[in-house]
Structures are given as structure tokens and as C-alpha cells.
Design a protein around this ligand. Structure first.
Ligand SMILES: [Zn+2]
Length: 192
């Protein structure tokens, strides 16, 4: 997947020593790759939304109507907040190894601070924060690059608008059928 500057500028840390706030840095063979500060920015945006979804009242959850993927573009009902929480958890579990997922579970899901995590897992402070940064970078990339639809950008996830659907909408516009043409019967004047 190609990352562009418009993707990364908002997420990058301004004082970052590696990308100087641009969000992209030069990788192998001169190719532009996302800076770690950008990947962590993606994770933090997704994590913030996850916390919002799990802490809000259940009665606040909304049912939304959206297009399903496929040629016929049918519509279906869904609970986006619950789907998002499930996706956030399952994608994280799939992309982290056993140790990383343990840190993720204690620190991000259960809300334990670094002191409690270090005591519980027998880690020192440095190793704990290295693990946290690694987890944020791994998941930030996974959330953005997930196929066919990523968790990030969040507005695309929650509104269901994707570039491929925009293209499909242009090919098959959903316009109402044109009304039948009415032939006007113009009266003719009789010749004298
Ligand atoms: Zn950076």
C-alpha cells in the first residue's frame, strides 16, 4: 500500500527527529515509508475511538443502514460501534505475538498502568515501553493497511464510504426511472 503525505501530515509528531513532522521517511531503495510516529498516531486514533465505543451507554448505540460489498450492492443493517470493537480486538489478536498480546490486554484493554504491568509480567520499565511502542506501530500499520477495508480512516469505517464504492456509484447511479413521455395532441385548425 502506498502512503501519501496527505495521509501522514495530520498524524505525524511535529518535533519527530526522524521525519521532521512530515510523517514519511526514506526507506529501502529510496521508497517513502510511514514514520513510526505516524503509525503510532493511527493506533492512538483507533484506540481513542475504541474507548469511546466501549464506555458509552448501550442505549446510545445506533443501528445504521449501509451498502454491502459486491456487485448487486444490497443494503443491510449493522451496529457499527459493536462491529468496530470486535474488529479492533480481533485484528489486534491476529497481528500480535503471545507476549505482545499479553501486554496489549493488560495495558490497553484492562487499563493497567506501567507499574502494575511490570510487576505482573516481571518486566522492567524500559522493556515495557519498548513493547508498547512496538505494539502501537504494528497495529497502526495493520489498522490502516487492512484489506479490503481498514479500521482507519475512521470516517470511512463508520460511514461506509470507500473509494471503490464511490467508483461503483459513479458507474451505476441510483436514479429513479424516467417518466414515460406524453405525446401532446395539438388541435388542428380546419381550413375554410
Ligand atoms: Zn516521525
Amino acid at each position: 500500500m502506498q502512503w501519501t503525505r496527505s495521509d501522514t501530515l495530520v498524524l505525524a509528531l511535529e518535533p519527530c527527529a526522524h521525519c521532521a513532522g512530515e510523517g514519511l521517511r526514506e526507506g529501502r531503495r529510496g521508497k517513502s515509508v510511514p514514520c513510526n510516529c505516524t503509525l503510532r498516531g493511527v493506533f492512538r486514533a483507533c484506540y481513542k475511538r475504541f474507548r469511546y465505543c466501549v464506555t458509552q451507554e448501550k442505549s446510545m448505540s445506533r443501528v445504521s443502514l449501509e451498502y454491502t460489498a459486491g456487485r448487486d450492492r444490497r443494503m443491510s443493517y449493522g451496529r457499527k460501534d459493536e462491529e468496530y470493537c470486535a474488529d479492533f480486538y480481533l485484528v489486534s489478536k491476529r497481528h500480535l505475538d503471545e507476549f505482545e498480546f499479553k501486554v496489549f490486554k493488560y495495558h490497553f484493554l484492562l487499563g493497567a498502568d506501567w507499574k502494575l504491568c511490570c510487576r505482573k509480567m516481571g518486566l522492567d520499565r524500559g522493556n515495557f515501553f519498548h513493547a508498547v511502542y512496538r505494539i502501537e506501530q504494528k497495529l497502526g500499520r495493520a489498522f490502516r493497511e487492512l484489506k479490503p477495508y481498514g479500521l482507519y480512516p475512521l470516517d470511512e469505517y463508520f460511514t461506509g464510504t470507500t473509494h471503490s464504492m464511490d467508483r461503483a456509484a459513479k458507474v451505476e447511479p441510483s436514479q429513479p426511472p424516467a417518466p414515460p413521455r406524453i405525446r401532446l395532441r395539438i388541435p388542428l385548425r380546419k381550413c375554410a
